[in-house]
Design a protein around this ligand. Structure first.
Ligand code: BGC
Length: 741
């Protein structure tokens, strides 16, 4: 058996190498035929007119330029009909080099999945991979070759609107999710009809914008960059990511787009990345506004020399690279390298064999929004919901309730459930195929349950005229469900907020409803951690429902009635107040740590607020209870090549089947540099029936103990460690010391 496996492996590797060789030969042969204008054309990407995802640039010559072979890629061309039409233009060019179609397929194509931050709350890598797989299958059938995802930026600042697009604050969890998403998008291999190229973004450190303000500067130590911000990119690359996108921000004074340290030294150097790098929308041109480049020509120079291969929407390469080559400032080898990287992908995708192979009306009809995809979206949505509070077993609801009042500005919304960065398909009537929360509840309850509705108020604004009607509905009901939160255009790109409290008068509405004395369940819909202290302190039950996609209503109803037992855990820390931001669980140890929440005197604390968050990283409840016991370490010490097995017993001691995310944290007690108070280093999601117990095992190896030491070398240092098993970063159930020597 082993022999066969080795043989198969060798055969497959040989085949892959041979294939790569022929692709390289083809690329080189084609390159020889190309004029310099045609080469530069390949490095040039424009947006289509269907939708714009950045400041619009009008280019009336687009079609003529495609025919002249001066454009290598388009984004925002939606649907089989249009991708085919544009490809037909490229086929009229001299060398018939096919166009690449890119699109932000961030959390689904037509079947919309939960926003990425919500999906991260599932801590369920299979579910996350499947979501990307479904998105790739639908997008590829519609002619898309390339998704601008996953976004793997670490998000430690919820003021930054784009935290909704990533996997939250943690490097370990973020790396696992980055890997899963790339695998999902790219499937078995590029060239399969249902695979799209992934584009890992935004390289790098974009999420650490000063003040959480989008596009703002980033100033960070090399250690922080290497240890916290880069590993998810590396994980995505290890999963085979075909492309990278650089970012808008400057990093320590150098715009990422013109940053040779990031793109040449690290990505294409140390990491040996063989794919290509696309700029972000207009980010080459923006180096002029940054005050880094004198004009567009200098910006083109900075970007190409730093390693940006494709120019999205700046027109910088198109009009300046030829001259830079002529002047001898940019070598033709540099251009050839960028062109080859792009052409290789076009060959790998099979576009030279058949440029229309992905624009398939029949396949699109079969794949888009089919029942299997809807099922995957429903399961992902259920798993993304986080139960934040459940006093007096308010949830799950009984199916025999006589009257339920469903109140709030989100209840009858359709599109709102899709969240930011969902693909807007022009022909779709969203009311028909997104399951609203109202429809979801109606599908769930029987004939004997009466549903009452009142809007109460808008998401923002100060109008309380609807309160009286809402209170009247609440008074007639056995329970009240209140659906509040952010509008879908409040988190996302360019959606930074300085105030994270529930917008408008929504928390006043909660107070008015709570005053009726009825049991109240609050659903918070949002793209980021919001602040809702009064609600959290006073209302008995809260579900964080994010934006869950096309199956939102059904998923929420299943959780409300216990047909799915919530299992989500927060992938980001929820602050008490904006003043605590940036707040994250794995902060460094200080020299004056506060012993507890009340110690204030000359310790690292706020005099007007607790240090702890409102809800910690890794936190989430279930309708059942889990008990952790019997921690065992296979040894109290380990050497370089050794491992320690950590085991414990997890028991479901409640009455319902459920899933628990068990989290392994480590603390390096002292080192050549200051270390975090604790760090997530492993996790598992375990399903147990009521009354069931299971022995859970983790392995600690040297890699898990490693960090960047005082010489910025990745290594583990001899010393004392603590291993902690937690239900969250702040709820450590079991712990033990061990030594590494
Ligand atoms: C965003 C990218 C996105 C691109 C294309 C930019 O504004 O930052 O994440 O992929 O637009 O839509």
């Amino acid at each position: 058996m082993k022999k066969i496996t080795t043989f198969t492996f060798l055969f497959v590797s040989f085949f892959a190498m041979a294939q790569q060789e022929t692709i390289d030969q083809k690329v080189n042969a084609l390159l020889k035929k190309m004029t310099i204008e045609e080469k530069i054309g390949q490095l040039n990407q424009y947006t289509g007119d269907n939708s714009a995802t950045g400041p619009i640039t009008i280019n009336p010559n687009k079609q003529a330029e495609i025919k002249a072979g001066l454009i290598g890629s388009m984004l925002n061309i939606i649907g089989t009909k249009y991708t085919r039409q544009y490809q037909e233009l490229a086929m009229q060019s001299r060398l018939k080099i096919p166009l690449l179609f890119g699109q932000d397929v961030i959390h689904g194509y037509k079947t919309t999945f939960p926003i990425p931050l919500a999906e991260a709350a599932s801590w369920d890598l299979k579910t996350i991979e499947l979501a990307a797989r479904v998105a790739a299958t639908e997008a590829s059938a519609s002619g898309i070759h390339w998704t601008f995802a996953p976004m793997v930026d670490i998000g430690r600042d919820p003021r930054w609107g784009r935290v909704m697009e990533g996997a939250g604050e943690d490097t370990y969890l973020g790396s696992k999710i980055a890997y899963a998403r790339v695998k999902g998008f790219q499937g078995n291999k590029l060239g399969d009809l249902n695979s799209v190229m992934a584009c890992v973004k935004h390289f790098a450190a974009y999420g650490a914008a000063v003040g959480g303000r989008d596009y703002n500067s980033v100033d960070m130590s090399e250690r922080m960059l290497l240890e916290t911000y880069l590993p998810p990119f590396k994980a995505a690359l290890d999963a085979g990511a075909a492309t990278f996108m650089n970012s808008f921000n400057d990093l320590n004074g150098i715009p990422a787009t013109g940053n040779a340290h990031l793109q040449r030294d690290i990505l294409k150097g140390k990491w040996n990345f063989q794919g290509f790098v696309v700029s972000d929308w207009g980010s080459i041109g923006e180096m002029v506004a940054h005050g880094y480049s004198k004009d567009l020509k200098e910006a083109a120079y900075a970007a190409i020399t730093a390693g940006s291969d494709m120019d999205m929407e700046s027109n910088a390469y198109r009009y300046n690279l030829a001259e830079l080559v002529k002047e001898g400032r940019v070598s033709i080898d540099l251009i050839d390298d960028a062109v080859k990287r792009i052409l290789r992908k076009k060959y790998e995708l099979g576009l030279f064999d058949d440029p229309y192979r992905y624009s398939d009306e029949k396949r699109a009809e079969k794949e888009l929004n089919n029942p299997e995809n809807r099922k995957a979206a429903l399961e992902a949505a259920e798993k993304s919901i986080v139960l934040l509070k459940n006093e007096n077993q308010t949830l799950p609801l009984s199916k025999n309730l006589k009257t339920i009042a469903f109140i709030g500005p989100m209840v009858k919304e359709y599109k709102a459930n899709m969240g930011f960065w969902s693909v807007e398909l022009p022909e779709v009537n969203y009311d028909k195929w997104v399951v609203s929360q109202w429809d979801g509840l109606q599908n769930k309850v029987g004939k004997n349950t009466k549903l009452l509705y009142a809007k109460g108020c808008e998401v923002d604004g100060d109008n309380k005229d609807g309160f009286a009607e809402a209170v009247a509905a609440a008074k007639q009901a056995d329970v009240v469900i209140l659906s509040i939160g952010e509008r879908r255009d409040m988190s996302g790109e360019a959606k930074s907020r300085s105030d994270l409290h529930l917008p408008g008068v929504q928390e006043d509405l909660v107070k008015a409803i709570q005053a009726t004395g009825k049991p109240v369940i609050v659903l918070v819909n949002a793209g980021r951690p919001l602040i809702f202290n009064w609600t959290a302190d006073n209302v008995p039950a809260i579900l964080y429902t994010w934006w869950l996609g096309t199956e939102a209503g059904n998923a929420i109803a299943n959780v409300l009635f216990g047909d799915y037992n919530p299992s989500g855990k927060l992938p980001m820390t929820f602050p008490r107040e904006v003043g605590q931001i940036p707040i994250y669980y794995n902060h460094y140890s200080t020299g004056r740590p506060a012993k507890d929440e009340d110690s204030k005197n000359y310790v690292s604390a706020y005099i007007d607020l607790k240090n702890s968050p409102k809800f910690p990283f890794g936190y989430g409840l279930s309708y059942t209870k889990f008990d952790y016991s019997n921690l065992k370490l296979s040894s109290a010490s380990m050497k370089n090549n050794e491992t320690i097995k950590v085991s414990f017993q997890l028991s479901n001691v409640g009455k319902a089947a459920g899933e628990e995310v068990v989290q392994l944290y480590l603390k390096d007690k002292f080192g050549s540099v200051v270390r975090p108070v604790l760090e997530l280093r492993d996790f598992q999601k375990i399903k147990l029936n009521a009354g069931e117990s299971k022995t859970i095992e983790f392995t600690i190896d040297k890699e898990k103990l490693s960090f960047y030491n005082n010489k910025l070398e990745w290594t583990a240092e001899p010393g004392d460690f603590e291993v902690m098993i937690g239900a969250s970063s702040a709820d450590i159930k079991l712990k033990s010391d061990f030594k590494f020597n």
